[in-house]
Design a binder for this molecule. Sequence first.
Ligand SMILES: [Zn+2]
Length: 136
Amino acid sequence: MMPWVHASIGAFVGGRVGKAGNAFSAGVVSHGVADLIPHRDYDVHVELPLAALTIAYVWWRHGISSPEMLGALGGLSPDGENMLHRFGFVQRMLFPTHTDHRWFIGHGRSVKSPASQIVIAALCLYAAHRMGAKRR
Ligand SMILES: [Zn+2]
Protein backbone atom coordinates (compact mmCIF):
# COMPACT_ATOMS: atom_id res chain seq x y z
CA MET A 1 0.00 0.00 0.00
CA MET A 2 1.18 3.54 -0.67
CA PRO A 3 3.11 5.04 2.28
CA TRP A 4 0.86 8.12 2.53
CA VAL A 5 -2.11 5.79 2.97
CA HIS A 6 -0.25 3.93 5.73
CA ALA A 7 0.49 7.28 7.41
CA SER A 8 -3.18 8.27 7.15
CA ILE A 9 -4.41 4.99 8.62
CA GLY A 10 -1.73 5.26 11.32
CA ALA A 11 -2.88 8.79 12.21
CA PHE A 12 -6.40 7.50 12.73
CA VAL A 13 -5.50 4.42 14.80
CA GLY A 14 -2.90 6.41 16.76
CA GLY A 15 -5.55 8.97 17.66
CA ARG A 16 -7.92 6.22 18.75
CA VAL A 17 -5.27 4.53 20.91
CA GLY A 18 -4.38 7.90 22.42
CA LYS A 19 -1.12 7.11 24.25
CA ALA A 20 2.16 7.89 22.53
CA GLY A 21 4.01 4.55 22.71
CA ASN A 22 0.89 2.54 21.99
CA ALA A 23 -0.02 4.88 19.14
CA PHE A 24 3.28 4.16 17.37
CA SER A 25 2.86 0.39 17.86
CA ALA A 26 -0.74 0.53 16.65
CA GLY A 27 0.49 2.34 13.54
CA VAL A 28 3.02 -0.42 12.85
CA VAL A 29 0.34 -3.10 13.26
CA SER A 30 -2.02 -1.17 10.98
CA HIS A 31 0.68 -1.26 8.28
CA GLY A 32 0.62 -5.07 8.30
CA VAL A 33 -3.17 -5.22 8.12
CA ALA A 34 -3.39 -2.59 5.36
CA ASP A 35 -0.74 -4.35 3.24
CA LEU A 36 -3.10 -7.35 2.98
CA ILE A 37 -5.74 -5.26 1.16
CA PRO A 38 -5.50 -5.31 -2.66
CA HIS A 39 -3.69 -2.12 -3.67
CA ARG A 40 -1.47 -0.38 -6.18
CA ASP A 41 2.04 0.79 -5.40
CA TYR A 42 3.77 3.59 -7.28
CA ASP A 43 7.29 4.70 -8.06
CA VAL A 44 9.26 6.27 -5.23
CA HIS A 45 9.09 9.65 -7.04
CA VAL A 46 5.32 9.60 -6.50
CA GLU A 47 5.22 7.95 -3.10
CA LEU A 48 7.85 10.00 -1.22
CA PRO A 49 6.31 13.45 -1.85
CA LEU A 50 2.83 12.18 -0.95
CA ALA A 51 4.14 10.63 2.28
CA ALA A 52 5.98 13.87 3.15
CA LEU A 53 2.83 15.94 2.52
CA THR A 54 0.75 13.60 4.68
CA ILE A 55 3.23 13.76 7.56
CA ALA A 56 3.39 17.56 7.23
CA TYR A 57 -0.41 17.72 7.34
CA VAL A 58 -0.67 15.46 10.41
CA TRP A 59 2.06 17.51 12.13
CA TRP A 60 0.23 20.77 11.32
CA ARG A 61 -3.20 19.47 12.28
CA HIS A 62 -2.37 17.40 15.39
CA GLY A 63 1.11 18.42 16.54
CA ILE A 64 4.53 16.79 16.52
CA SER A 65 4.04 14.76 19.72
CA SER A 66 0.36 13.90 19.21
CA PRO A 67 -0.80 10.28 19.14
CA GLU A 68 -1.96 10.92 15.56
CA MET A 69 1.60 11.92 14.55
CA LEU A 70 3.14 8.94 16.34
CA GLY A 71 0.57 6.63 14.78
CA ALA A 72 1.31 8.08 11.34
CA LEU A 73 5.06 7.57 11.85
CA GLY A 74 4.41 4.03 13.11
CA GLY A 75 2.27 3.30 10.06
CA LEU A 76 4.95 4.65 7.79
CA SER A 77 7.95 3.06 9.52
CA PRO A 78 7.84 -0.44 7.92
CA ASP A 79 8.24 1.22 4.52
CA GLY A 80 11.64 2.43 5.72
CA GLU A 81 13.01 -1.03 4.98
CA ASN A 82 11.14 -0.94 1.67
CA MET A 83 13.04 2.22 0.69
CA LEU A 84 16.37 0.76 1.87
CA HIS A 85 15.63 -2.34 -0.22
CA ARG A 86 14.64 -0.33 -3.31
CA PHE A 87 17.86 1.67 -3.12
CA GLY A 88 19.95 -1.46 -2.57
CA PHE A 89 21.01 -0.82 1.04
CA VAL A 90 19.49 -4.06 2.33
CA GLN A 91 19.11 -7.36 0.48
CA ARG A 92 16.20 -8.89 2.40
CA MET A 93 13.26 -7.33 4.21
CA LEU A 94 11.92 -8.47 7.59
CA PHE A 95 8.41 -7.01 8.00
CA PRO A 96 5.81 -9.82 7.77
CA THR A 97 4.09 -8.39 4.65
CA HIS A 98 7.36 -7.50 2.84
CA THR A 99 9.64 -10.46 3.49
CA ASP A 100 10.50 -13.74 1.83
CA HIS A 101 11.19 -15.27 5.26
CA ARG A 102 8.89 -17.97 6.65
CA TRP A 103 6.96 -15.41 8.73
CA PHE A 104 5.60 -13.79 5.56
CA ILE A 105 1.85 -13.39 6.13
CA GLY A 106 0.94 -12.28 2.62
CA HIS A 107 0.55 -9.15 0.52
CA GLY A 108 -2.57 -7.79 -1.17
CA ARG A 109 -2.82 -8.43 -4.89
CA SER A 110 -2.07 -5.58 -7.25
CA VAL A 111 -4.99 -3.54 -8.62
CA LYS A 112 -4.98 -0.86 -11.35
CA SER A 113 -6.90 1.90 -9.60
CA PRO A 114 -5.65 3.80 -6.56
CA ALA A 115 -9.27 4.82 -5.77
CA SER A 116 -9.79 2.47 -2.83
CA GLN A 117 -6.58 3.68 -1.18
CA ILE A 118 -7.51 7.33 -1.70
CA VAL A 119 -10.93 6.70 -0.10
CA ILE A 120 -9.40 4.83 2.87
CA ALA A 121 -6.79 7.57 3.44
CA ALA A 122 -9.32 10.40 3.12
CA LEU A 123 -11.72 8.73 5.56
CA CYS A 124 -8.92 8.10 8.07
CA LEU A 125 -7.59 11.67 7.87
CA TYR A 126 -11.12 13.06 8.19
CA ALA A 127 -11.96 10.81 11.17
CA ALA A 128 -8.64 11.70 12.85
CA HIS A 129 -9.38 15.39 12.22
CA ARG A 130 -12.89 15.17 13.72
CA MET A 131 -11.95 13.00 16.69
CA GLY A 132 -8.80 15.00 17.40
CA ALA A 133 -10.93 18.14 17.60
CA LYS A 134 -13.19 16.47 20.20
CA ARG A 135 -10.22 15.47 22.35
CA ARG A 136 -8.96 19.04 22.71
ZN1 LIG B 1 4.16 -2.41 3.47
